[in-house]
Design a protein around this ligand. Structure first.
Ligand code: DWN
Ligand code: ZN
Length: 415
């Protein structure tokens, strides 16, 4: 666990169960922080780099990285991730909210909390429906945007202590959302204990997280970076929640972010077939044992070699190449494969907070998406491949003019 003030610590035991049977199965070397975007190519400031290795816990099955970077460094003032730049994500979140309002009969007397509420992309749907909400998020840039949407936001990291303090003030929720945040938290147990404290007796916590199975099966190794401390299976989650008197009662598989799971967690135990089936599936696949993960490193190495060879071949044939999406996962991809300014001229991104900055490590400039039609590169490497459909649709004109996309995972291909 984090030592206050240290830039990072190397974990010796499992972040969930505290067990010491931790086997490292993938080493990605040292990489810069995926969401720390340098302002210029040569600002004289050395970028901090940290080891990036992934391990399996033989005691509780949790897949996790072994280095914990201080959250104050990871999610510093200029944290550039704003959820609202993807239409697909906005639709996905709205559908989730409308479904919960109906299923749980939520109304103006209900109360909804979101942990890591970012720019209010999800809670604004409750506000529209007249249901009171509270967002909690440590990044003040996105939180300021949330306030513009009418989403009251408490700017702080969510911890057990914050939950205790809110509970003392009488705060309890009918629904607690926590999307793509559990994996980001250094004190995994404190975060889950905090959820248990803030749920009403009949409340539900609805969490989303990338699912470890598609990450392994589709070689989505680029989703590994220092912000993502854990890569969850249902097996590992079930144990984590039970430790805090919570029950994973329902689970849904989702396509978002390359394959995610949505978890419905309650204080009462009523485990449904969806959970029993996935637990059985994971046992059948061996997801709860180290052997399942052993070949991953070789698969990742092959992808890295194939992608590098493809880009070098295209470049040698005189092609120009840009990239789409200054995504955090893009930082892992370009830094572990070694894709620099010799191969990629620029990266485009709709997020205005990223434009004008540079990709971590390789310092490739980030421009607005209009740059694609202005420069009309021959190829565009899709770093945000999880939004491929949305991007292809939006870039119909670039493609009509002969532009082609390179999709890096599960195996590099041109579309
Ligand atoms: O867990 C996390 C996930 C959920 O989001 C965070 N730690 C950080 C972030 O990871 P990411 O940066 O890899 O996420 P995205 O959402 O896959 O990044 C997509 C990037 O592409 C964003 O910078 C937005 C951009 N984008 C765009 O320019 N045009 C996205 C779409 C859909 C588009 O049409
Ligand atoms: Zn463990």
């Amino acid at each position: 666990m984090m030592i206050a003030g240290a830039a990072s610590v190397t974990e010796q035991v499992c972040r969930s169960c505290g067990g010491s049977h931790i086997d490292t199965f993938l080493k990605l070397g040292t990489t810069p922080l995926a969401d720390r975007l340098p302002s210029s190519i040569d600002d004289g400031e050395e970028e901090p780099v940290f080891p990036l290795s992934v391990a399996f816990c033989g005691d509780c099955s949790l897949v996790q990285i072994t280095e914990t970077v201080n959250p104050r460094i990871l999610f510093a003032d200029a944290y550039p991730y704003y959820s609202s730049f993807s239409q697909a994500l906005l639709r996905h979140s709205r559908d989730n909210v409308l479904d919960l309002i109906e299923r749980r009969g939520l109304h103006s007397g209900s109360f909804v909390i979101e942990l890591a509420s970012n720019d209010g992309y999800l809670l604004k749907n409750y506000v529209e429906a007249g249901i009171p909400v509270l967002g909690i998020d440590p990044a003040d840039g996105p939180a300021a945007v949330a306030s513009e949407f009418g989403v009251p936001t408490h700017v702080a990291f969510f911890t057990r202590e914050l939950a205790e303090s809110l509970r003392r003030q009488g705060v309890r929720a009918d629904v607690i959302h926590a999307n793509n945040v559990l994996a980001h938290v250094a004190d995994t147990n404190g975060f889950v204990a905090g959820i248990a404290l803030l749920l009403k007796d009949d409340g539900v916590a609805v969490l989303e997280a990338p699912y470890v199975e598609p990450m392994i099966e589709h070689c989505e190794f680029d989703t590994i970076y220092h912000e993502h401390l854990c890569y969850f299976s249902v097996t590992a989650l079930d144990k984590l929640f039970r430790r805090h008197g919570l029950y994973l009662n329902e689970v849904k598989q989702l396509s978002i972010h390359g394959g995610s799971i949505r978890l419905y967690v309650e204080l009462q135990e009523r485990v449904g077939a969806s959970v029993r089936d996935l637990l059985a599936h994971e046992r059948g696949q061996g997801i709860d044992a180290i052997d399942y993960y052993i070949d991953f490193s070789a698969t990742v190495d092959k992808l890295k070699i194939d992608l590098s060879a493809l880009l070098h071949r295209l470049k040698a044939n005189g092609a120009s190449i840009a990239a789409y999406g200054a995504a955090a996962k893009g930082a892992t991809l370009i830094n572990t494969v070694g894709i620099g300014r010799d191969l990629i001229d620029f990266v485009v991104d709709r997020n205005v907070h990223k434009q004008g900055k540079h990709m971590p490590g390789q310092k490739i400039p980030i421009r607005s998406t209009e740059a694609l039609l202005e420069a009309q590169p021959d190829y565009v490497l899709v770093l945000a491949w999880n939004f491929l459909d949305e991007i292809m649709e939006q870039q119909a004109e670039y493609r009509a003019r002969g532009g082609k996309f390179i999709v890096p995972v599960p195996t590099p291909r041109i579309v």
